[in-house]
Design a protein around this ligand. Structure first.
Ligand code: WT7
Length: 631
């Protein structure tokens, strides 16, 4: 009989069923093994995958912070996500179950997914896409976004997915920076019963992007769009061409060759195109998903994020396929046409693992427990949360009303930059609502003060990661120096996450939120720089500052402070226009909650906007150190 450890605070223990079926019975034992021999641990994980050529070294630290994992190896993530399953019984297993907002269903076996990916890879090649070329993907949540990503990876092209909720300016900047010659999109997507006009946005963005030669359009909504001769092609027509055969060789990639880029934006400068590679990323994503969600062949796994964010890349697309799992994808809104949509999908498709964001849980919680109570959710065995800290209230509701007290909740903390989970429980770990558990195997996470000294347990500080991990971003596209400066300069040799957190005496981590000016709206990471530049592109706005303030459902909402140009007077109407202006230029998710007109903005003597002062004022909190303030 094991004795329950005495843990501080409110604790939820795993049920005997969870323990019985778990891969990892004792977290500490595996953690110790990985801590004692980091390279040994990851080398063994990598052995579970197939390689064209094995590595010479598991981890090369000689050019830190540009760590090289599995140096000397050759592989392709597609070989492990698709090719190898063709040789096993999984060929006939469902790889993807997709449901459209209007109720259409499409399923792909591993055989069918591989065939369509190969066909589209041949199309891309025929369009002149070569190894190393960047391809921008701007699509709704439909199977073709998965096919497009995988087809790029198969031929060694670098996909750059731009979230479909972004609009013209955001899309244009990302196409331009990546110098994509090809853009993949759709005539639209369905969301909340309406058509999202993706192609129109592409037309507007591409007009200003001279690098783009080809636009491939998936027909989804079949409503009228403009097709430009010589530039735009229908996906379904290309897929019918004789050259689009169902077999295509998978490109042999070196360990450090890029797999994809994904943009995140910050306080200054243009968005950063973070680069992820094949070998390390593949290994890290594979192992984290295997251990944390304890993925089994019988599972039907649903990560309800959008493929356009890193969660979707790692844990809708690549992770599940690497494990030969069945991944579920739903196109539309959780509340369309009624607030039971998700719960009915879980019941209808027998979903066993649900992985989503706190904002979605809070949003659905508002409608009350009677909605999930109408459905048989007994297929669920595991739940997950990601994107922002989950408030204990929402955690407990999720645990009680959705998981019926049986399903452990994996609160996973990680980032676009980390590519894979960094702080997370495993199913057998006792859980504390609101805590993201402990560092994943091989990670040594610490809470530091400004000088880089570890703070005592229970005290707040800066979250930092001391050990390299396989799925870490390799660099920022064409900006090695910026990568070093941004993440590795605060504490030399240590990765600085940009989050505030504390660790309790039981070793559980509690993430508090960003320490920089990054805003998290509904879990979506948004930089102030892009929003402020959209604001000043409005004719009435001379200068602007943007902050995130707490919001009951979204976590944070965007609040704007605008100084008007001469000749413009503050009004409700103008505020409304400015809010719409931002939504049109950057996307509906970026629409500000509130625009406040001001006569001046708090700035440092060197002219930097002090957003934290605005934030403190807005919340009636102390302004902190304002010695550098010059207003
Ligand atoms: C930021 C990174 C969506 C996949 C990961 C997000 C916040 C993420 C958690 C969590 C508390 C979290 C952090 C982090 N965050 N997960 N479980 N608990 N905060 O990737 O869009 O790059 O955002 O999201 O602030 O720095 P991302």
């Amino acid at each position: 009989m094991s004795v329950k450890p005495q843990l501080e605070g409110e604790v939820f223990y795993p049920t005997p069923e969870v323990v019985a079926q778990a891969r990892i019975k004792d977290w500490s034992e595996v953690a110790r093994r990985a801590a004692d021999d980091l390279e040994g641990f990851w080398g063994k994980e990598a052995e579970e995958l197939e390689w064209y050529r094995k590595w010479d070294t598991v981890l090369d630290r000689s050019n830190a912070p540009f760590f090289r994992w599995f140096k000397g190896s050759q592989c392709n993530i597609i070989h492990n996500a698709l090719d190898r399953h063709q040789r096993s019984w999984r060929k006939n297993k469902l790889s993807l179950i997709w449901v459209g907002e209007r109720g259409e269903v499409r399923t792909y076996s591993y055989f069918a997914l591989n065939r369509d990916v190969s066909k589209f890879a041949n199309v891309l090649k025929a369009m002149g896409v070569k190894k190393g070329d960047r391809v921008t993907i701007y699509m709704p949540r439909i199977p073709e976004i998965v096919i497009a990503m995988l087809a790029c990876a198969k031929i060694g092209a670098v996909h750059s997915v731009v979230y479909g909720g972004f609009s013209v300016d955001a899309l244009q900047g990302r196409i331009e920076d990546s110098e994509s010659k090809v853009v993949l999109t759709a005539d639209g997507g369905f969301m909340n019963g309406k058509v999202v006009e993706l192609k129109k946005t592409v037309d507007d963005a591409v007009r200003r992007c001279p690098t783009v030669e080809t636009v491939i359009v998936v027909q989804r909504t079949a409503h009228e769009i403009r097709m430009e001769a010589g530039r735009d092609y229908w996906y379904h027509e290309l897929m019918k061409l004789p050259l689009a055969t169902g077999s295509c060789p998978t490109e042999v990639m070196d360990a450090g060759d890029p797999l994809y880029m994904l943009y995140t934006s910050g306080t200054t400068g243009k968005p950063k195109g973070l680069i992820h590679g094949h070998a390390g990323y593949m290994t890290g994503v594979y192992s984290t998903l295997k251990y944390v969600f304890d993925m089994k062949d019988e599972d039907r796994y649903w990560c309800a994020a959008d493929p356009g964010w890193v969660t979707g890349h790692s844990y809708i697309v690549y992770g599940p396929l690497l494990l030969g799992a069945t991944t579920f994808m739903y196109e539309g809104a959780p509340t369309y046409p009624y607030p039971n949509r998700w719960w009915s999908l879980i019941e209808k498709y027998g979903i066993t693992i649900l992985y989503t964001a706190p904002t979605a849980i809070r949003g659905l919680m508002r409608f009350g427990a009677s909605w999930p109570a109408r459905h048989d959710l007994s297929s669920l065995r595991m739940l997950g949360s990601v994107g922002e800290p989950i408030n204990p209230e929402a955690w407990k509701w999720y645990h009680r009303e959705i998981g019926k007290g049986r399903c452990p909740i994996m609160d996973t903390w990680w980032q676009t930059e980390t590519g894979m989970f960094q702080l997370t429980p495993v199913p057998t770990m006792p859980l504390k609502p609101g805590s993201a558990g402990k560092p994943f195997f091989g990670q040594d996470a610490v809470i530091l003060d400004e000088k880089g000294k570890e703070v005592p347990d229970g005290k707040e500080g800066f979250l930092a990661l001391k050990n390299p991990w396989p799925a870490m971003a390799m660099t920022i596209f064409r900006e090695d120096e910026r990568y070093k400066e941004q993440y590795w300069s605060t504490y030399p040799g240590i990765y600085c996450a940009g989050d505030a957190a504390r660790k309790d005496k039981d070793g559980y981590f509690w993430v508090i939120g960003r320490t920089d000016d990054v805003i998290k709206v509904s879990g979506y990471r948004l930089g102030t720089a892009e929003v402020e530049s959209a604001l000043v592109s409005h004719p009435a706005v001379a200068e602007a500052a943007v902050i995130g303030l707490p919001h009951e459902v979204k976590g944070q909402a965007i609040h704007c402070y605008c100084m008007l140009r001469n000749g413009f007077t503050p009004s409700e109407e103008l505020a409304g226009q400015i809010r719409n202006h931002v939504a049109t230029h950057l996307g509906p998710i970026v629409k500000p909650e509130k625009v406040t007109f001001v006569d001046s903005l708090p700035k440092t003597r060197s002219g930097k906007i002090m957003r934290r002062v605005l934030k403190a004022r807005a919340q009636g909190l102390p302004e902190g150190d304002i010695s550098t303030l010059e207003e």
